[in-house]
Ligand binder design. Structure first.
Ligand SMILES: [Zn+2]
Length: 247
């Protein structure tokens, strides 16, 4: 029995060891599982973090794009400003360049109209004290609801009152030699500032010549005529006009 007792002790010890090892191994495996799940959790977090970062990067990119677009617009606007500044400068340094004085009456908007005629007129401010007042003459056009595309003052300065693409009311009832009436529809009207008794200045002729040249470069012009030629009997302007000076 004593020997058996000895063996019993060993058996009990071994059994305890085996059971202990079993539980230990379970515990060990469990903790590993936890670790694994932790790792996958971290991975998930990291991945989500990346996605979030990715999105935030995208957001930043979008913002940057917007900023760039805004900057682009600004840049364009700045260029526009520069261009208009340059235009103003040209107007100051060159008397034959054009100054915008666009009016809100005396024309109708048009797109893609065919232009093949130039009509030359003359007029002065008959209502004010100074017949050669540009603002006075434009005011007079307003009262009659008329406007030319261009007005050339005594110094040869060219004012644009109506854009060329639009139909300006300068000719009235009129007809060109090929029989077409309603000359406003296909013409550009130019007013030369002059009274019935005065002569045109040299700079007026020179500006008119360059303006006609520029129009002829941009359109296939069939007729360059005076108002008196398209509305004979009704109109007698341009008064005292020498056509040889613009040929
Ligand atoms: Zn006229």
């Amino acid at each position: 029995m004593k020997v058996l007792g000895k063996y019993k002790k060993i058996i009990v010890f071994s059994a305890t060891f085996v059971v202990g090892a079993f539980f230990l191994s379970i515990f060990f495996l469990d903790s590993k599982k936890v670790e694994i799940s932790n790792i996958s959790g971290k991975e998930k977090e990291v991945t989500e973090g990346k996605i979030e970062n990715g999105e935030s990067i995208k957001k930043e990119e979008n913002l940057e794009e917007k900023i760039n677009q805004a900057n682009g617009k600004e840049a364009e606007e700045n260029e526009g400003n520069k261009a208009s500044e340059a235009g103003d400068k040209n107007e100051d340094s060159n008397s034959s360049s054009i100054t915008n004085k666009l009016v809100s009456w005396g024309y109708e908007k048009a797109e893609g109209r065919k232009i093949d005629a130039i009509v030359v007129h003359s007029s002065y401010d008959a209502l004010g004290s100074d017949p050669y007042s540009v603002s006075g003459l434009i005011k007079e056009y307003k009262e009659y609801g008329v406007a030319p595309h261009y007005l050339i003052d005594r110094e040869g300065k060219i004012y644009r009152l109506v854009e060329e693409k639009n139909i300006a009311y300068h000719a009235g009832e009129s007809k060109v030699p090929d029989g077409r009436s309603g000359v406003n529809n296909f013409s550009i009207g130019i007013e030369m500032m002059n009274t019935k008794s005065d002569n045109y200045t040299k700079s007026q002729y020179s500006s008119l010549k360059s303006l006609i040249g520029s129009i002829r470069n941009r359109y296939k012009i069939k007729y360059t005529l005076g108002h008196n030629q398209i509305a004979p009997g009704r109109k007698d302007d341009p008064w005292n006009f020498d056509w040889n000076k613009v040929k």
